[in-house]
Design a protein around this ligand. Structure first.
Ligand code: TPP
Length: 278
């Protein structure tokens, strides 16, 4: 089995993420309202999990990965869909039929769709599911990692903190959570509406986790955080991110939580991102 404890090609990751951003924008032209900025915010985390951290299953086996990933901030699922498409878990036609009555991909992940291990989108559920999965693996003696991506909005949900505390009680060091800390929860800044939310890192540590804070668009830094973990406690990688990352008029602009770009905005966004070099 391939080991994750190997070098991580940060340049290749950047190239992939550029390609994924372009693909997400392409899909955004099919639907009038979808979550582009939330997907851009967590893209480097989700790419790192799939391409740098999750271990593949033995050749030809389904599911494709030995480890599991839950997209707890379900509305960011376009980041996951384009990656699953790239891995061949989802078909191009699945993405073409995204959010249509004949398609299987909705605006939030649904259990049963290939590559999707839990239905999410109601904020605050993924951490509890991930904790249960990590505990089940412990009981079964399975050597698996459970990865979960949370949003800062989800850290406003009491259920998330219950699960965080339970994971520490159970000492689930096979559980690795990422927080997409972009300071936005929907249309408002956390730091303005909920200043007591900060400092986040201290709270997570107080709940018994190992936690680090890094740039959430820096895959190499997040990868290092994973490699250097103590393996004694569950690990939370808090990634400071920019909602809408990569497109100037989307970055930190609340309306892009929900909006699809029109034709002109689409062209501008593609021009800003640039082409993927070969
Ligand atoms: C329990 C629950 N309450 C409200 C919503 C509506 N909602 C969708 S996204 C969102 C907030 C988005 O902020 P955040 O979760 O931090 O995500 P990000 O900024 O990373 O997109 C809200 C309140 C929901 N999906 N689930």
């Amino acid at each position: 089995m391939a080991s994750v404890e190997k070098g991580f090609d940060a340049l290749a990751a950047q190239r992939r993420c550029l390609e994924y951003r372009r693909r997400i924008l392409e899909i955004s032209q099919q639907v009038t309202a979808l979550h582009v900025a939330p997907a851009f915010s967590c893209l480097e985390m989700v790419d790192l999990i799939y391409s740098g951290l999750m271990r593949p299953s033995a050749e030809g086996l389904s599911p494709r990965f030995l480890d599991s990933f839950l997209m707890s901030k379900g509305h960011g699922c376009l980041s996951q869909y384009v990656i699953l498409e790239n891995f061949g878990v989802l078909e191009k036609s699945d993405l073409q039929n995204y959010c249509t009555p004949i398609g299987q991909l909705g605006a939030h992940p649904d259990f049963g769709v290939p590559g999707i291990e839990a239905s999410t989108g109601s904020l605050g559920h993924g951490m509890g599911i991930a904790t249960g999965m990590a505990y089940a693996d412990r009981i079964k003696g399975d050597d698996r990692h459970i990865f979960v991506v949370l949003s800062d909005g989800e850290l406003q949900e009491g259920s998330t903190w219950e699960a965080i505390m339970m994971a520490a009680n159970l000492n689930l060091h096979n559980l690795i959570a990422f927080v997409d800390l972009n300071d936005f929860g929907g249309l408002a800044r956390m730091s303005e509406g909920h200043p007591a939310f900060y400092p986040v890192l201290d709270k997570i540590r107080a709940f018994g986790w190992e936690a680090i804070e890094v740039n959430g668009h820096d895959a190499a830094a997040m990868h290092d955080g994973f490699l250097n973990r103590s393996r004694k406690k569950p690990l939370m990688i808090v990634g400071k991110t920019v909602k809408g990352k990569g497109v100037s008029f989307m970055e930190h602009v609340p309306i892009w939580h929900y909006r699809s770009p029109n034709k002109e905005e689409y062209a501008q966004a593609l021009a800003e991102l640039g082409e993927v070099s070969s």
